[in-house]
Design a protein around this ligand. Structure first.
Ligand code: 5AD
Ligand code: SF4
Length: 440
């Protein structure tokens, strides 16, 4: 057998890209590739890109520039660009960077082996179609390799919400849900390979409506069926839109034990004026009431969110409304961003606000969110929680895992516990993690 070729994939952006990179590696495994951790010894380099905020494309070009020397030293080296920048700028990338051999959009990953073969024959390959066939069926994992205990599983892709700032509906396309039986089959396969925690992924995952033999299933039904897989211990999902948080999904947070007490539910802004301009189709008040209902079902829920500051037209008062919402809701952790103009989106046409003002707002918001994150962590001290052990820590005998609330936890535990959920008493709270001791 000829020696395996080496594939280096660099992943940017969201967890769906992490999942996609794994699938691409598996697809190219069939063409004789094994993954490597450095670009230096690679036979193929793939950049799996993100287009959500500014400078994404520039970052890709400068990253590509860095591979020039490698390509000169090894003319057979294949260089590919995948992901949302590939989708948005496919032909432009080919024009601007002649050393790129292939450009593949997120809906065409299953065609990678053919594209690789074409690139091998010295031709350029570009595919940014939205094909009819089910890419996931073509991307079925080949070798039944053992997996780390926590895995992602994409169940839904694309978005029909068209928030005024967002490129996702354009790069990932319309909302599509994978059929429920295929999701269940993939989940069982993951569990057979050692997975104990599954994060269901989708750009709008709670809008999931996958076909099954007894009609369409919503996300709650899917979660309840997944929960029947014995060795699957934990389930969570990301990311959600408030308007798709239906009654049975809220109920599942209360009655489905395997559903983790963690929810990422972006609100983006606390100002109704800005929410309207963002085309979010909910108000600050309706979001706050929704969070109350979810917390009534699951009182110890840790809430995460996304925020944008400096959206066109945002006044000081609008920003103060966001700060008030954050104070009222209380987040265990959150992501916050300065608004970034995305060409082709409706908000890009609006007059932009002063970038210094936006920076100052972002700073204030992040201070508040960090305070809340620390408070949520400090509140864990003294509590007993479940920790799923993921890997060895840096210190002797130290293991690292994730709590039910998704906090990183360090503890002393035997190394053969990876994948087990252990009872741990939290003893300390550090800025970005917790420490604890095993409960006998
Ligand atoms: N500018 C800043 N942040 C954005 N997001 C999406 N588009 C933009 C943009 N144009 C943020 C939103 C979203 C998260 C994934 O990225 O908060 O929820
Ligand atoms: Fe983008 Fe999310 Fe809005 Fe869809 S719901 S347009 S993915 S921010």
């Amino acid at each position: 057998m000829s020696e395996a070729k080496k594939l280096f994939i660099k992943t940017y952006g969201c967890q769906m890209n992490v999942y996609d990179s794994e699938r691409m590696a598996e697809a190219l495994g069939g063409s004789g590739y094994v993954t490597t951790d450095t670009a230096d010894d690679a036979d193929m380099i793939l950049l799996n890109t993100c287009h959500i905020r500014e400078k994404a494309a520039e970052k890709v070009y400068s990253e590509l520039g860095r591979f020039k020397g490698l390509k000169a030293a090894k003319p057979d080296l294949k260089i590919g660009v995948a992901g949302c920048v590939a989708q948005a700028e496919g032909e432009e990338i080919m024009r601007r960077q002649p050393m790129v051999d292939l450009v593949v959009g997120p809906q065409s990953y299953h065609r990678l082996p053919d594209m690789e073969a074409k690139a091998g024959a010295g031709q350029k390959a570009l595919d940014t179609d939205f094909p009819e066939e089910d890419k996931f069926e073509h991307l079925k994992a080949r070798p039944k390799a053992k997996r780390a205990p926590a895995a992602f599983l994409t169940v839904q892709e694309g978005c029909d919400k068209f928030c005024a700032f967002c490129v996702v509906p354009y790069t990932r396309g319309a909302e599509v849900s994978r059929p429920a039986d295929r999701v269940l089959t993939e989940a069982r396969d993951l569990v057979d390979r050692g997975v104990r925690e599954i994060t269901l992924l989708g750009q709008n995952v709670n809008a999931y409506h996958g076909a099954s033999s007894d009609g369409d299933w919503g996300l709650a039904r899917l979660i309840r069926e997944l929960a029947k897989i014995d060795d699957l211990k934990r389930i969570r999902f990301t990311t959600s839109h408030p308007n798709d948080m239906e009654e049975d999904l809220i109920a599942a947070h209360g009655d489905c034990e395997k559903l983790m007490p963690y929810l990422h539910l972006p609100v983006q802004s606390g100002s109704d004026r800005i929410l309207k301009a963002m085309n979010r189709k909910h108000t600050a008040e309706s979001y706050i009431r929704l969070v109350e209902r979810i917390r009534a079902a699951r009182p110890d829920l840790l809430l995460s969110g996304d925020f944008i500051v400096g959206f066109p037209g945002e006044t000081d008062q609008d920003f103060e409304d966001t700060m008030s919402l954050v104070r009222e809701v209380g987040y265990g952790q959150a992501y916050s961003f300065k608004y970034s103009t995305r060409p082709g989106t409706p908000a890009a046409e609006k007059p932009q606000i002063d970038p210094d003002v936006a920076s100052e707002r972002l700073h204030r918001l992040q201070e508040l969110l960090t305070q809340q994150q620390h408070a949520a962590q400090d509140a864990m001290v003294g509590r007993e929680v479940g920790v799923m052990i993921e890997r060895k820590g840096r210190l002797d005998g130290q293991m690292v895992g994730k709590s039910d609330h998704l906090h990183a936890v360090h503890l002393q535990a035997p190394a053969d516990n990876v994948g087990q959920i252990l009872r741990v008493k939290i003893t300390e709270s550090a800025p970005n993690s917790l420490a604890g001791t095993l409960v006998a």
